[in-house]
Design a protein around this ligand. Structure first.
Ligand SMILES: NC(=O)c1ccc[n+]([C@@H]2O[C@H](COP(=O)([O-])OP(=O)(O)OC[C@H]3O[C@@H](n4cnc5c(N)ncnc54)[C@H](OP(=O)(O)O)[C@@H]3O)[C@@H](O)[C@H]2O)c1
Length: 153
């Protein structure tokens, strides 16, 4: 999977960059192509110019910044939303009282609650973890389900 890191709108050559990725895929150099940090207007522009929709849009998403409208846009286009900094870079979201309450309820830790919240919103979280215990726990999120109310809270 090969992504454009961000559109850099000031330079306004992301359509050309997208065409280069399409060509790389056509030549078999990469299997899948996508973008990152693209807003709706950038997606509209590359898709209408080339007719090719990115497989993935990787965006900053975490509980303090749920990006509802962008996630809907991705869904409408059939683009997989990936979340970067899905845990808010180890920020205070990991000690947010509501998240700690849910962690206690489901016998999980705060990181697992947040990652589960992404999955239930149809988002693929790209969590970074260097601590082996975090790595193991971040994969162990498929044996419980948050209620719809908890996801929206
Ligand atoms: N496309 C873009 O523009 C863009 C921008 C920024 C980042 N990214 C990508 O997104 C990925 C993740 O972003 P990120 O590293 O900024 O933020 P993140 O994944 O939200 O947070 C990483 C931090 O959370 C800690 N952590 C991981 N699992 C935890 C758990 N279960 N409980 C408590 N703490 C936990 C990690 O600690 P330990 O390391 O000690 O485990 C690390 O300090 C990166 O690999 C990066 O490449 C992309």
């Amino acid at each position: 999977l090969y992504l454009i890191h961000w559109p850099l709108p000031k330079r306004d050559n992301y359509v050309e960059a997208w065409q280069a990725l399409i060509e790389a895929q056509r030549r078999g150099l990469v299997r899948s192509i996508g973008v990152s940090n693209f807003e709706k207007e950038h997606l509209d522009k590359i898709i209408s110019a080339t007719g090719v929709t990115p497989a993935v849009n990787q965006n900053e998403i975490h509980p303090y910044w749920p990006q509802e409208s962008l996630v809907s846009t991705n869904q409408e286009y059939g683009i997989v939303t990936e979340a970067w900094s899905p845990l808010g870079r180890g920020s205070s979201e990991l000690t947010e009282p509501l998240i700690l309450k849910l962690a206690e309820k489901y016998d999980k830790n705060a990181g697992q609650i947040i990652l589960r919240w992404h999955i239930q919103r149809g988002i693929l979280p790209v969590a970074k973890a260097t601590t082996p215990q975090h790595q193991r726990r971040n994969l162990d999120i498929f044996d419980f389900t948050l209620t719809e109310t908890e996801v929206s809270q």
